[in-house]
Design a protein around this ligand. Structure first.
Ligand code: DCP
Ligand code: MG
Length: 357
């Protein structure tokens, strides 16, 4: 059987590009989409012009305003973003039915079966990009490779308007040079833990046996063992419906003080709400996950009548969840929270979530 061909498409500065497209006065300017800088709002994204000032997603709008006083702050219009998202998904359907959307602006496409007809993954990706540009007036970046891991990293390598291909031959060398945080699923907390082990790059990861990685990654060890070898067996899953959004941290040293737990969970609430906004969902149920140092695990949930749209709202539920998990002064090795019972976000949710301009 021939190698699979996976394309990862990610729109460039998605919300900000749509705002610039729809309002010519914003073109060429540093545009920041998000909440009001005077009212504790947060940056959802910004135009490439604004990125030159060091502005990025999830930064406070007030901080962004200080970095770039001439920046134009715009409120998000989720209804429009959802429409464009729908438009690009229809474009993808012209190329393959095997599409796995990850958020409003990105998706994996498995185009393996199209190669005999259309020549190569590169040609297909080029065609998709052109079509997106023609039909939406926006640019996208594409990563083309033989698995999801490489396709996703590739789409980020040549942004904006990029097209990056990684062949089967290049894969292993390419992975060796990656910084560890570029691997799927490795956030700042895990990155720090890996640095403590002296693991900074894909090449460093390669030196560890599967058994050794088990101590670091637990259940995910084999994924990272293979990833270091440029192998990723995850299929592109069409019709996969996201059921929850979650965040969790495993600690270098067990945490046993409730105050410290609350501080960690507060940060996690902020990350979780930011992730929900990026993915375009809101949820009604929050679940706390606690793993004790003897590896036993408990989860506790609360469901609310309305959608949880602000991190403070989410955090207000945490003390009672922690209480019911009976964590009092027991050493804990992992804490995590998830929201489920999801719906797609709309402008009304957003307005509740953040004070706007
Ligand atoms: N988003 C958000 N909050 C974040 C990250 C993203 O609300 N912390 C939203 C706004 C983005 C969209 O999700 O436009 C897509 O996220 P990306 O990470 O793909 O960022 P962009 O498309 O804006 O920029 P890039 O060109 O780097 O892909
Ligand atoms: Mg994007």
């Amino acid at each position: 059987m021939s190698m699979p061909c996976i394309i990862h498409i990610d729109m460039d500065a998605f919300y900000a590009s749509i705002e610039q497209r729809d309002n010519p006065k914003l073109q060429g300017k540093p545009v920041i989409v998000g909440g009001d800088p005077h009212q504790r709002g947060v940056v959802a994204t910004c135009s490439y012009e604004a990125r030159e000032f060091g502005i990025h997603s999830a930064m406070s709008s007030a901080h962004a305003k200080r970095k770039c006083p001439q920046g134009v702050f715009v409120r998000p219009r989720f209804e429009v973003y959802k429409q464009v998202s729908q438009q690009i998904r229809e474009i993808f359907l012209h190329y393959t039915p095997i599409i796995e959307p990850l958020s409003l602006d990105e998706a994996y496409l498995d185009v393996s079966s199209q190669l005999p007809v259309r020549g190569s993954g590169n040609l297909i990706a080029k065609d998709i990009k052109q079509r997106i540009r023609r039909e939406t007036g926006l640019t996208a970046s594409a990563g083309v490779s033989y698995n999801k891991l490489l396709a996703k990293i590739g789409s980020d390598k040549d942004k904006p308007d990029g097209l990056f291909y990684i062949s089967e031959k290049e894969g292993p060398e390419f992975v060796k040079l990656l910084r560890i945080r570029e691997f799927f699923g490795i956030g700042p907390a895990t990155e720090e833990r890996l640095h403590a082990y002296g693991i900074y790059t894909g090449a460093d990861l390669l030196m560890w046996t599967l058994d050794e990685l088990q101590a670091i990654f637990g259940k995910s060890a084999s994924f990272y063992y293979e990833a270091a070898r440029a192998i990723d067996r995850r299929p592109v899953e069409a019709h996969r419906e996201r059921k929850s959004v979650s965040v969790e941290d495993t600690f270098k040293q067990d945490v046993d003080k409730v105050d410290a737990m609350l501080a960690i969970l507060k940060r996690q609430c902020e990350t979780l709400i930011t992730d929900c906004v990026r993915i375009g969902v809101v949820g009604k149920t929050v679940t706390l996950k606690v793993k004790f140092n003897d590896f036993s695990q408990v989860t506790r949930s609360i469901s609310c009548a309305s959608y949880l749209t602000a991190s403070s709202e989410l955090y207000s539920l945490i003390p009672q969840l922690l209480e019911s998990a009976r964590v009092k002064d027991l050493p804990i090795r992992l804490l995590g929270i998830a929201v489920s019972n999801l719906n797609t976000i709309d402008d009304a949710d957003w307005r509740q979530q953040m004070p706007l301009l």
